[in-house]
Every structure is written in C-alpha cells, then in structure tokens.
Design a protein around this ligand. Structure first.
Ligand code: GLN
Length: 470
C-alpha cells in the first residue's frame, strides 16, 4: 500500500484511521525483510524502536491529540548521520569491526536533523548503505555490501547516497536523508528515478553528520515527488547553534509570472550519452510549453570544476579523517607500539579513502600548498562568480544531473578517474554553495538538475512542480 502514498496522503489516511501506524509498520518491515535481500539498501534496521514509536502514534490518534507534522511517516537515514543509540558505520570498517557489524560505533547523540525529524513525529526505519565516508558515485565503495539499482539490479544505484535513493525507489520509506558533497544526493536520485535536493550551503545543520569535506557537505531529502521534498526540507532547515555555518532562510523570492532559465553551453558537450541529451531536451521542451523561457548562458570555468573539487574535497577529508586513530572512535587494532597501532588501525580504511587521504595530505604539504590547494581555492572563487554572473541574467539554470545512465556494477570500480567523471555536472554547485534539485525525467534513470541562487529553494520547488503537473 505504501507504493501509492505520498507524505500528505499517508497522513490523511492515518488520521482517518484507514490503517493504524502499528499495522502499517508491521507490513512495511515484512516487505523490507523480503525485498531488501535483492537490493541491499539497508545496513541496519530499527524495527523494534520503530514499532514502539508506531504504537505511540496510534495512542496520540486515539486520544485525538494534536498531531505533529510528520506523524508516523517512515524514513530511512544515510549511515553517516548520527541517530542516538544506533550504530553508525559511514560504510567503513574503521567504525565497525569487519567480522561483526553489530559491535561497531554507536552514536551517543542525535544529529540536529534527526532531532527535528523525531520532534516532527517521523519514524526511522533503518540506516542506509553508502560509499565509505561518502566518497564515491556508485555505493560500490561501501566496506559492507553493494546496493543494486531497483530498476535494474545489474546496475549501480549511484552514490554515495545509493542506499537512501534505492530505499525510496523501492518504497521502503516515504523519504530518506542523504548527504551531498559533490553530487551524492542528486546523482543517485537521478539513477533511481526519485527526487533529491542539495540545499544551499548552511541551510541545513551539519551537526551530527560524519564530516567528509566540511565546506561542501550538506544533508538533504530524497523523496518520491517534489512536494514531499519541500515538506521534509521545511522541517530540517534552519539555524542551529551547534553548527556555526548554519543560517535561517530569510530571503523571499518575488512571484514572477515568467521564469527565465539558462542552459550553460559548456554542459552539453562531448562525453554525454545520447539518451541523456535527448531526455534533457524533451524535458526542456515540456517546460517551454508551460511558458518557461530559455536562453544559452556560459559558465566559463566549468572545465576546472572537477580537478578543483577533488583537490579541495581531498584536502578537507585528509584533515577530517585524522580523528580515526583507533583511540577516539570506533575500531582499534593494537600494535607493538604507537606507530604500529596507528598503522594497523588506519589500514582498516578502504582503498578509495586511503587514496583521498594521501592526495589531500599531498596538496596541503609545504611546497605544494600554493601550487595546488591555494590555486584550487582561487578557481573555486571563479566558479562561484560564474554562477553569480549567470543569476544576474536568469532565474535558474538547467543541466542534466550526470552525463551517463546508470552503469554496470564493476564497470568503473577499477578506474577512479572514470568514476570521478560521473560528478562532472554536480560538483560546481557544491563549490559555489548554491542549491540544486534532481528530478526524474522521461521515465529514464537520469535526472534533470535545477540550480538556483543561494536560498532559492522555494523557487526551485515551484519550478520543478511544473514538470510533474502533466
Ligand atoms: N562522488 C563524489 C565523490 O566521490 C561526491 C561524493 C559526495 O557528494 N559525497 O567525492
């Protein structure tokens, strides 16, 4: 029954007692236990707690008490976001012993987004699979399992929030949370035909998110449609005293009759699969029929975005991941002296994570800092200015989310550069700190990316809804 439900009709049916929360969740877990064997979206389930919370929701309803806004809504959480009392692995053996995932790191507190969701009455079904420390584009770099694309199990669901995207696509929940550092919400949303929002940097608190690259990371919702995405975003956004980079959204966007959209000429070039290009063009046509005006624009520094991203992201990751020394968090492998202990413990990191720590340490080291890190920061400014200039002329920017359709499991895992190319259309958005949504188009596993100026989420939602209203 969850198949046909959106958040709003779930709430209505629950209030009208068409089903009880308890029976809904019992059926939901039956479904997950049966169907997730094929997909492996989840790393762990939260069944007992979820059923208890469902009973509480039923009590509230029978007492006719005022109901919270996400009363009983089932959600799934990427396993790099802390939920008090639940283990949190970030997809890494360093936070969970290899032989026994049950014994790993247990979160001692809730992330701010989780506090907000719990207060709003949402019920957490489980924690979803991801690339180790959110580094990857296919969920194949998880230390524990490979998540499969629900629309074609031979293919990847995208990443790094592949588990969260697959959980929504398989109707294991009504929404999930992912994190996006360079595309990890939008690209898997596209590959799994769901909606995913990377909010403006600072719009959502990062407190309790396991850090990858702190100047780029954002938590965001993944849902079946745009309205649900808006509902969840409204709950999780806002200033948090525990994250000094978070802010309140105050900006109001004037209601304009005509929406002007720019298509950057740098994005529709070589390397893009013909199916992606034609899906993008038909989506644009649909928007034109609804009165949206298009023009070609230029984001001239696009070609430098990928190298710039990988320098900055790896530099920040090398610093953030220094805390996993076996002494403070998670796993610990005792060696004969302190150096041996460090190296044995840190050998638990996977190949991709090690590659990034080494690259990050290199670009920050004396003699190379100016040549790489500082240069990348200057390029980042140029990329941000490209967007500022573009938004003087147009309200929004449209691009495809990724240059290809979902690739086969194993296809890119041995070639990191090929894997990095999956992010070519998404990383600029994180470097500039602006918001962007991915919406499914033309019934293909590819997303349309709608990018807006800082804090223009409401405008993005309003425009994305035009496509759904067929
Ligand atoms: N795929 C990109 C990377 O590997 C982005 C990851 C992310 O957004 N977390 O860095």
């Amino acid at each position: 029954m969850i198949e046909n439900l959106t958040i709003e009709n779930f709430l209505e049916k629950l209030k009208n007692k068409e089903f009880s929360a308890k029976e809904f969740f019992e059926k939901l877990f039956e479904k997950i236990e049966k169907e997730d064997k094929e997909i492996e979206a989840f790393l762990s389930l939260n069944k007992e707690e979820a059923l208890k919370s469902a009973e509480k929701i039923d009590e509230l309803i029978s007492k006719k008490e005022k109901l919270p806004p996400l009363c009983g809504v089932p959600c799934a959480i990427k396993d790099n976001i802390l939920v008090e009392g639940l283990k949190c692995t970030a997809g890494s053996k360093i936070l969970a012993p290899p032989e026994n995932i049950l014994g790993g790191y247990v979160a001692p507190f809730d992330a701010t987004v989780i506090k907000k969701l719990k207060k709003a009455g949402a019920i957490i079904v489980g924690k979803t699979n991801l690339d180790e420390f959110a580094m990857g584009s296919s969920t194949e770099y998880s230390a524990f399992k490979i998540t499969r694309n629900p629309h074609d199990p031979e293919r990847v669901p995208g990443g790094s929030s592949g588990g969260s995207a697959a959980a929504v696509a398989k109707n294991f929940c009504l929404f999930s949370l992912g994190s996006d550092t360079g595309g990890s919400i939008r690209q898997p949303a596209g590959f799994c035909k769901v909606v995913g929002l990377k909010p403006t940097y600072g719009a959502v608190s990062r407190f309790g998110l396991i850090a990858f690259a702190s100047s780029l990371d954002q938590i965001g919702p993944m849902t079946k449609n745009v309205r649900d995405c808006e509902i969840v975003f409204e709950i999780i956004k806002g200033k948090d005293p525990l994250d000094s980079t978070s802010v309140e959204i105050e900006k109001k966007f004037e209601e304009k009759k005509e929406i002007k959209v720019g298509i950057p000429k740098e994005y529709l070039v070589e390397g893009i699969e013909p199916e992606v290009k034609s899906a993008f063009e038909s989506a644009v046509k649909k928007f034109q029929e609804k009165g949206v005006k298009f023009e070609e624009i230029s984001l001239p520094h696009t070609e430098y975005a990928l190298p710039c991203y990988y320098i900055i992201a790896c530099a920040e990751a090398s610093s953030n991941l220094a805390r996993y020394d076996g002494l403070r968090y998670g796993n610990f492998c005792e060696g004969k002296d302190i150096f041996d202990t460090y190296s044995k413990t840190r050998a638990l990191f996977g190949k991709e994570v090690k590659r990034r720590i080494i690259l990050g340490t290199f670009v920050l080291s004396a003699g190379y800092y100016e040549a790489f890190y500082l240069k990348a920061q200057k390029v980042r400014r140029k990329i941000k200015e490209d967007f500022e200039r573009a938004f003087e002329k147009v309200d929004l920017i449209f691009t495809p989310v990724s240059p290809t359709l979902p690739f086969k499991i194993g296809e890119k895992i041995t070639d990191p550069l090929k894997m990095y190319l999956s992010d070519i259309f998404t990383v600029s958005v994180n470097l500039a700190g602006v918001p962007a949504i991915s919406i499914p188009i033309e019934n293909l596993p590819v997303g349309l990316q709608i990018i807006g100026p800082h804090f223009s989420e409401s405008k993005i939602f309003e425009t994305a809804k035009l496509y759904e209203r067929n």
